[in-house]
Design a protein around this ligand. Structure first.
Ligand code: ZN
Length: 305
């Protein structure tokens, strides 16, 4: 009887050791696989980063004295362009590469800016107004080409939805009076999903759908990208080149001009904005999409579902 108990104890000890050894084996296998996967991931990231840097250098080594951008032919042909934004600082934070590319183009191009609010959310409307003019000067925009609205119906507030008809009316007025050939604004996600940004897209889209914009006036929207791409700075280059056809890409010298323009918005220079200036791809790259009626109808359907 005693011998049987000793045998059972021996076997269960053996089983426990076996299970423990098996667990260690599985653990080492998982750790080994994770390590291998991480090694591969690091290699892929390094290779991709290198491709981006080489591509960026090649673009500007070849073109730096002639162009400060690569752009689609259609964008290069526009002579009167209207940029529509919601708040002072949108022009630098998001549209800097587009504005600078157009104002520095060798062919003449007049760039107008319609900013639909004075950014009075923190009761700093007057300060932000001056900051807008300081920033646009750095981007080579003329004061007389800037319209800054201060309407009680278009208040800077992320909790307010601007009325589409009201925004549309302002845009239509500017397009018609300035004989605009290209209207450039946010897409339906508004880069940061700010409702005031998105409202501009829906207003421009409704004008196009209703046929209230001249056919000769194209609408181009700034692509919103996911949060990873948003903070990849120049390392978003290859993805942007592959996924888009309308690009505005700045040389490093011009990136610094956009950054300097952004720093004119002193009242907005909180720590996270300083990080934004360093890491955002919108300081270096803008990709634009020409919007036609079928795109708008599709966007509206997506929005309804
Ligand atoms: Zn904004």
């Amino acid at each position: 009887m005693n011998e049987t108990i000793v045998d059972i104890a021996k076997y269960s000890l053996f089983d426990r050791e076996l299970i423990s050894a098996y667990k260690s084996y599985i653990y080492l296998l998982i750790v080994g696989n994770i390590k291998e996967a991480l090694d591969h991931l690091i290699l892929v990231v390094l290779a991709y980063s290198l491709i981006c840097i080489v591509t960026y250098q090649m673009i500007f080594r070849r073109f730096i004295n002639r162009f400060h951008l690569i752009s689609d032919v259609r964008l290069a042909n526009f002579r009167r362009v209207l940029i529509v934004t919601a708040h002072p600082d949108d022009e630098c934070m998001f549209f800097g590469p587009t504005i600078l590319s157009l104002t520095q183009r060798s062919e003449p191009c007049t760039v107008y800016l319609l900013c639909l609010s004075n950014g009075n959310f923190e009761q700093k409307g007057n300060i932000r107004k001056q900051e807008l003019y300081d920033a646009t000067k750095v981007l080579s925009l003329k004061d007389e080409h800037i319209t800054l609205m201060n309407s009680t119906l278009l208040v800077d507030d992320p909790n307010l939805n601007w009325k589409t008809e009201l925004v549309a009316k302002q845009i239509q007025k500017e397009v018609e009076s300035l004989d605009i050939e290209a209207l450039i604004t946010f897409d339906r996600d508004g880069v940061s999903c700010h409702p005031n940004h998105c409202a501009i897209y829906y207003a421009a889209a409704s004008l196009r759908l209703a046929g209230y914009l001249p056919k000769s006036c194209k609408i181009l929207t700034l692509d919103s990208v996911n949060i990873l791409r948003k903070y990849m700075s120049v390392f978003d280059l290859v993805i942007s080149l592959l996924l888009s056809t309308n690009w505005c890409i700045l040389s490093w010298k011009n990136v610094n001009i956009v950054r300097r323009a952004m720093r004119q918005h002193k009242s907005q220079m909180l720590w996270f904005r300083k990080l934004y200036i360093i890491f955002s791809r919108y300081m270096v790259i803008n990709t634009l999409r020409e919007v036609n009626v079928s795109d708008i109808e599709l966007d509206m359907q997506i929005n309804d579902t």
